[in-house]
Design a binder for this molecule. Structure first.
Ligand code: ATP
Ligand code: MG
Length: 198
């Protein structure tokens, strides 16, 4: 008999595009905490990324579905892209709680770059009550550990210095993104002619 509360990882991101850094981080945290599931949540309009035009939510959502499809523990939620307005993590966690009920424990997975800013996020006290926060340390990013709230667990991700920015820049410059992102994502980006630059 397993009477353990379900443990659910929540990986928010712009996923513009999703890459192997995201997938390795989710997989590592899944194993670390023995999570039953990791839900990838593509953002609607991320409040931190006001300036840059992000790809269509529907494209980012589909790429996330394609990239996660083969892992039985990975799933994708539309809560953020279906909610109008800017995306705030507190709303993401509220919606997932409503969807999943009171029984689940949430583990919110975030990367090193976002970590030191968590304290500036909306409703930060409520956030820490709603989920356990897991920070992925990423290569090439020096963490100012004094700015990391102490209830955040840090998990080191094997060196994968991949970012979506790098992938977009490569596509725009006609350079390959093979093996930085799953094969299906290379093909989706080509098919939809994304990130070609102007
Ligand atoms: P961009 O370059 O556009 O900022 P990104 O690569 O940082 O994109 P996001 O969609 O912004 O991707 O990231 C979603 C989450 O994944 C964030 O918490 C981010 O810190 C984390 N993350 C991104 N890349 C990696 C990586 N290589 N290893 C571990 N975590 C990562
Ligand atoms: Mg980022």
């Amino acid at each position: 008999m397993n009477d353990r509360r379900p443990r659910i990882g929540v990986m928010g991101g712009t996923f513009d595009p999703i890459h192997h850094g995201h997938l390795v981080a989710a997989s590592e945290v899944q194993a670390w905490f023995d999570l039953d599931e990791v839900i990838f949540v593509p953002t609607g309009r991320p409040w931190q990324k006001g300036a840059r035009e992000v790809a269509l939510a529907e494209d980012r959502y589909l790429m996330t579905v394609i990239a996660t499809a083969s892992n039985p523990r990975f799933s994708v939620s539309r809560v953020d892209i279906d909610r109008p307005g800017l995306t705030y993590t507190v709303d993401t966690l509220r919606d997932l709680r409503t969807e999943r009920g009171p029984e689940a424990d949430f583990y919110f997975i975030t990367g090193a770059d976002a970590l030191t800013q968590i304290l500036t996020w909306r409703d930060v006290d409520e956030l820490f009550a709603m989920a356990h926060f897991v920070g992925c340390t990423r290569p090439g990013h020096v963490l100012d550990t004094e700015k990391v709230p102490k209830d955040v667990t840090l998990v080191e991700i094997p060196a994968l210095a991949i970012s979506s920015t790098e992938c977009r820049d490569r596509v725009a410059a006609g350079r390959p993104i093979w093996y930085l992102v799953p094969e299906g994502i290379v093909q989706y980006i080509n098919k939809r002619r994304m990130y070609r630059g102007t």
